[in-house]
Design a binder for this molecule. Structure first.
Ligand SMILES: *Cc1c(COP(=O)(O)O)cnc(C)c1O
Length: 359
């Protein structure tokens, strides 16, 4: 091996997290969300590892579904935003995909389509996210049209939460109430819960949960709870020290000299940078793990390297491993230093650090 930067993915941890999601939702089925290349963990590998037990997989677009079907994944599969253009419908038909229907425009295109078999539709109600979905009035009408069409098999009643990660916020309860009120009297399985709702809002479980981030072992919640503490981080991002040096009081480090030493400082230079997808926004003080000790990043993250204050650690040498996140350094501890969320940290990694799978 040359450069040591690597992302290690623990597939057994992902299976553990899937089972935890299922156990939180007694009896409900789970659409394991593997969009955006399984949040940077590798969609084909993750779906293959879960294929024997997952009730289905959720993806963001036809290309993502095609990749999984081509790899032999034949579980039920949902396009979370449905189709973007009506000419996707023949491939949707051929690949036997479930589709979300979220707008009158999409509904009309579906009803006019030429399909070889009835399609499962996840009919989306906008209960307050105000992004995709029918409003309450349109929703009932859309439901009737779908129920009357022989092009449609099952209709799943679906919505999505805007603030389920905020455990003390009333918005989720209000979204659930509007959903229940609007769908009263309509037949069909219910699907509301993303990871945050699975972990914190048991009344949102319904018939189909849609766990995404929690499969990869990071909690979206603003406060950990008993369930979120049982998640197992699936990805370890690590690399190695390539040089160690001692700087004097007053010396600055890196581009823009954003950090100046206020004392003699031992600095480790590590092979990791924004070219690997590690965020350039990581502020001075963002922790990394070296020989079991949390040490702060000092100076700007550059494309291929970053710099760590290792004054507090004895016996640091070139070749020592450095962990950026993983089982001993949760993504939830790193994200606030980078002005972002765990989702973005894992999703925007580049392909330069190779993936290694275990489990
Ligand atoms: C991405 C997505 C999910 C999964 O969300 P997480 O917060 O990662 O659990 C669920 N439902 C829909 C519609 C999504 O787009």
């Amino acid at each position: 091996m040359t450069r040591a930067a690597i992302k290690q993915i623990d597939l057994e941890a992902i299976r553990h997290n899937y089972r935890l999601a299922k156990s939180m939702a007694s009896g409900a089925k789970a659409m394991a969300v593997v969009k955006a290349d399984a949040y940077g963990h590798g969609a084909v590998k993750v779906a293959t590892a879960l294929a024997a037990e997952a009730d289905g997989f959720g993806v963001a677009c036809l290309e993502e579904a095609m990749e999984l079907r081509a790899a032999g994944i034949d579980n039920r599969m949902l396009l979370l935003e449905g189709f973007f253009s009506a000419d996707e419908l023949s491939a949707i038909d051929e690949l036997e995909l479930d589709i979300t229907v979220h707008s009158p425009h999409q509904l009309q295109q579906l009803l006019a389509a030429d399909l070889s078999r009835p399609v499962n539709v996840w009919l989306k109600l906008d209960t307050g996210m105000h992004r995709l979905g029918f409003n309450a009035e349109q929703f009932k009408q859309a439901y009737r049209q779908l129920a009357d069409s022989e092009k449609v098999a099952e209709i799943v009643l679906m919505s999505h939460f805007a603030r389920a990660d905020e455990t003390a916020c009333r918005a989720t309860a209000e979204q659930i109430a509007l959903f229940n009120q609007t769908t009263a009297g309509l037949d069909g399985p219910v699907s509301l819960a993303n990871s945050a709702a699975i972990l914190a809002w048991p009344e949102a479980v319904g018939d189909w949960i849609r766990p995404g981030m929690m499969l990869y072992g990071a909690s979206p919640l603003d406060q950990p709870n008993e369930a979120s503490l049982r998640l197992q981080p699936a990805m370890t991002l690590s690399s190695e020290i390539i040089a160690v040096k001692t700087l004097n009081t007053g010396d600055s480090i890196g581009y823009g000299a954003t950090f100046r030493c206020t004392r003699p400082t031992r600095v480790a230079v590590v092979a990791m940078g924004y070219g690997d997808g590690y965020p350039r926004q990581a502020a001075n003080g963002t922790p990394v793990l070296i020989n079991g000790t949390r040490c702060p990043i000092i100076g700007r993250v550059s494309m291929d390297m970053l710099t760590i204050d290792v004054t507090a650690v004895e016996h640091v040498a070139a070749g020592d491993p450095v962990q950026f996140w993983g089982p001993d350094l949760p993504l939830t501890d790193i994200a606030p230093h980078c002005d972002t969320i765990p989702y973005e940290l894992v999703t925007r990694l580049t392909r330069r650090p190779p993936r290694r799978y275990i489990g």
